[in-house]
Design a protein around this ligand. Structure first.
Ligand code: ZN
Length: 461
């Protein structure tokens, strides 16, 4: 918000700085994460592990239009959240119960039922902003920290647990699955998430009251029967008046807030037109329903899903870790990592390819990342006529270097369409490396986290 005033400052001089700053400021409630024995980086590691387990137990909705709408809405809201920048991702769970949850480190899940129940974009943005509030305020690992410190008060004296402690701690507290410590919060935490959500909505151009409108609506409509939201997010005292007071502290409602978008209504209609989810679909931790057996999702011929255990790949230049039920196979400078049955007629359908790319440096000593990514993509598209970019490149860190992630769609050797994720990075020695994660579209969500884990562990020597 201050960037608008920067030119003013330089034109008008410092005399006006105080006046301008006072005009732009508000009296928003200052919210900070509570006690925590983990680092924000460990939030991401624990969240990813937990997300992987959760996705084994839940039915993730595989509809590209709906998912990319929710993901981009979520990312846009998260970009207005304060504090640590987490690698947010937003997915839809194929469950008609009105609910949503967030795992530490930014893994957010919105039930199909919540989207279908919302009247407009602002209301679903309210639910998502509330979940982002839990992430920013680190409520999941705060609860784990409190539970652990209660059990082992002398285990740690101040500071942060190091190394592999997260796994040991979670092991002693019920594991990484849909652990209720990550999902069921106190009323105090709910109030904080409401206030943070209010601030995020306001800063994103929405009327924050849409969040409480939605909570009121689902409370009145169902008296809690399908609104599981309230068993995972217990209704705090004075929820509505707290949000209204915060809006006043934010200098009141925006003059012309965003309420709805045609995209939201399209996605809502799309979901309403889909068949009902399978009955044994989604578990919750709060009411004792058991997680479904994920083997029901396997279509015939699909290989075993990526293992949670990782094993190491090491070359003279770099190393990384990959699922320990994948085999590596080197052919002509390209190494393939895939499960048994991951290839169909000699073409990779499930797994990851890793290789170097000899880019044209145009006489320069070192190629730029942009140039390398452009050349690689056009090379791949030349040899794969059906390949289409579905998500343009995003910058990310790979082994401490700037890299790009691009998402594509292609025909799958297993039939139907596949999703491909291309990760490109220029190593410190100037060599261009790329990784391509491949899985059929309706299986992709089960592979995405394995691809992310692999990329996350890349280290250059
Ligand atoms: Zn909540």
């Amino acid at each position: 918000m201050f960037s608008k005033h920067l030119t003013l400052w330089t034109i008008l001089g410092l005399t006006f700085v105080i006046a301008v700053a006072a005009y732009g400021a508000d009296n928003r409630t200052k919210l900070k994460p509570g006690v925590n024995i983990f680092s924000p980086k460990q939030d991401i590691e624990m969240g990813r592990q937990s997300a992987r387990e959760a996705e084994r137990q839940l039915q993730i909705l595989n509809d590209q239009q709906a998912t990319s709408y929710i993901d981009s809405l979520g990312r846009q809201l998260a970009s207005n959240a304060p504090g640590e920048k987490y690698p947010y991702q937003f997915k839809i769970v194929n469950d008609t119960a009105i609910n949503a949850f967030a795992l530490p480190g930014g893994f957010v899940y919105v039930n199909r039922g919540a989207i279908e129940a919302a009247d407009n974009e602002a209301q679903i943005a309210g639910v998502i902003a509330h979940e982002i509030g839990h992430v920013v305020l680190r409520h999941g690992t705060n609860q784990v920290s409190k539970a652990y410190l209660a059990k082992a008060p002398l285990a740690i004296v101040g500071g942060v647990l190091g190394g592999n402690a997260a796994g040991a701690v979670m092991g002693s507290l019920g594991g990484f699955g849909l652990n209720s410590l990550f999902l069921h919060y106190s009323r105090e935490a709910e109030t904080q998430a409401d206030l943070m959500g209010t601030q995020i909505l306001h800063d994103s151009g929405y009327d924050p009251k849409a969040m409480v409108d939605f909570f009121e609506k689902i409370q009145n409509a169902s008296k809690g029967s399908t609104a599981q939201f309230f068993s995972d997010h217990p209704n705090p005292e004075n929820r509505i008046s707290n949000v209204q007071k915060e809006i006043v502290k934010l200098n009141g409602a925006l003059p012309d807030p965003k309420t709805d978008s045609p995209e939201f209504q399209t996605v809502k209609d799309l979901l309403a037109g889909m068949p009902a989810p399978r009955k044994n679909g989604s578990p919750t931790t709060s009411n004792g329903r058991q997680p479904s057996d994920r083997t029901g999702r396997n279509r015939s011929g699909s290989p075993a899903p990526p293992s949670g255990g990782l094993t190491s790949y090491k070359s003279p230049d770099l190393q990384f870790r990959y699922p320990d039920n994948w085999h590596q196979d080197l052919q002509g400078g390209t190494t393939t990592f895939s499960p048994d049955g991951g290839s169909v007629n000699g073409s990779l359908a499930w797994g990851m390819v890793f290789s170097t790319f000899d880019a044209d440096k145009h006489g320069q000593a070192r190629i730029s990342l942009d140039d390398a990514a452009d050349q690689l993509l056009s090379d791949l598209q030349r040899t794969n006529a059906n390949m289409r970019v579905t998500r343009s490149r995003q910058r990310m860190q790979i082994g401490g270097q700037d890299g790009y992630l691009t998402e594509l769609s292609n025909t799958s050797p297993a039939g139907g369409r596949e999703t491909d994720r291309i990760y490109t990075v220029v190593a410190p020695n100037g060599q261009v490396y790329y990784f391509v994660g491949v899985a059929p579209q309706d299986d992709f969500d089960r592979y995405a986290l394995a691809f992310e884990d692999l990329i996350d562990t890349v280290r250059f020597k």
